[in-house]
Design a protein around this ligand. Structure first.
Ligand SMILES: Nc1ncnc2c1ncn2[C@@H]1O[C@H](COP(=O)(O)OP(=O)(O)O)[C@@H](O)[C@H]1O
Ligand SMILES: [Mg+2]
Length: 356
């Protein structure tokens, strides 16, 4: 991976990036759990969704609209397909950015079959007029189709068959409350525990016909940033290494050696993440330092540091964003094996922040 040859595609091209790259898209279909029983982790979401779907089936009704929120790669698209499968319903897949005009949405809605699942990915990125059309469609299974332009335009009401909208968003907070309120069930997906990711690795290895032992799976899981998509991607890279450099079996040693080649460390940080931490610690004594200064020090765009590297560092408790700038935590010093400098003077407020 070369940080210098691209500008805004870092997020999708890095090995530990959570959004789907082209290779992911090609293999993900094969790795997707097909029903709720196969879906690993997210116990609460699974239990609640199971009740929602069972009840709808028992009533012979269409399931309530479902909103899935959570970071990329946690299983939103997978769950939408599972909802359709569990309901024995067909699924139509589209996304907010694909719906530019209300007319685009009207065309999709009016062609739905009874009971069909409409999966609207990135629902927070839909246009305003489309969003307003969706309100009525969700609530009354009706749309007003506007015919003509200007003062002569008329709204022709059109009845829709009952359908289930499954909306997915990485940012539930960005949804206008009227839209959020129209979902009967909202599921917030959390990052996965290492033990759950281990199960994801074992399951995927089985489907890909790769042999991985318990420690090997744990090693991959620990570097997967709580995200099944990343676990599956790291597994494929480790498999390549195991085939070329060893007998194909993934052990802890093989996994660690393979991921060292790809510069993904024991905690799932990659080269950019570590460069940011190293600059913060070695050049700025742990901060506080402004974002722009930090970005210049690692030779990256401000946005890349802020949007690509920082969220995970913050989540891992390695870096904090404070009003005075970026600050390293004691865990950051420990992770890079460095010793924090002694506070310049006793009672320094900045140091007190982390009880150092
Ligand atoms: N709970 C899970 N159990 C097993 N595999 C999962 C799970 N969640 C996600 N995955 C796998 O991770 C990949 C990404 O999931 P996806 O549903 O596309 O995420 P999202 O739509 O939230 O970005 C898929 O290959 C899927 O098989
Ligand atoms: Mg998705």
């Amino acid at each position: 991976m070369n940080w210098d040859d691209t500008t805004d595609s870092h997020a999708s091209e890095r090995l530990v990036g959570a959004s789907a790259d082209r290779e992911d898209q090609a293999v993900e279909a094969a790795l997707r759990p097909k029903d709720l029983g196969e879906f690993i982790g997210q116990e609460k979401v699974r239990e609640q969704l199971d009740l929602v779907l069972r009840a709808a089936r028992a009533r012979g009704a269409t399931a309530d609209h479902v909103l899935l929120s959570g970071a990329p790669g946690l299983g939103k698209t997978t769950l939408s397909m599972i909802i359709a499968a569990e309901m024995g319903a067909p699924i139509r897949i589209t996304s907010g950015p694909a719906i530019q005009h209300a007319g685009d949405l009207a065309a999709i809605l009016s062609s739905l079959q009874e009971g069909e699942v409409l999966f609207l990915d990135e629902i927070h990125r839909m246009s305003r007029p489309a969003e307003e059309m969706l309100y009525m469609a969700m609530e009354d299974f009706r749309v007003d189709v506007i015919v003509g332009k200007g003062p002569g335009a008329t709204a022709i009401p059109l009845d829709l068959p009952p359908f289930t909208l499954v909306g997915a968003t990485t940012r539930a907070g960005l949804l206008p409350p009227p839209l959020r309120d129209r979902f009967g069930f909202t599921a917030h997906m959390e990052f996965y525990e290492p033990a759950e990711l281990e199960r994801v690795v074992h399951r995927s290895a089985h489907l890909l016909d790769v042999e991985v032992d318990t420690d090997g799976a744990a090693e991959i899981a620990g570097r997967s940033r709580g995200t099944p998509r990343i676990a599956n991607r790291l597994l494929r890279r480790v498999r390549d290494y195991a085939q070329v450099k060893a007998d194909g079996v993934i052990t802890r040693e093989i996994a660690a050696a393979a991921l060292a080649v790809y510069e993904v460390d024991a905690r799932g940080l990659d080269r950019l993440d570590r460069a940011v931490l190293q600059a913060l610690l070695k050049l700025f004594g742990g901060g506080p330092v402004g974002l722009s200064t930090l970005a210049v020090a690692v030779g990256e765009e401000r946005e890349t540091v802020e949007e690509v590297a920082e969220p995970f560092l913050v989540r891992e408790g390695l870096l904090a964003r404070t009003p005075r700038g970026r600050v390293a935590t004691p865990a950051a010093w420990a992770h890079l094996g460095l010793t924090p400098p002694r506070p310049a003077s006793a009672g320094n407020g900045q140091q007190d922040l982390f009880g150092a």
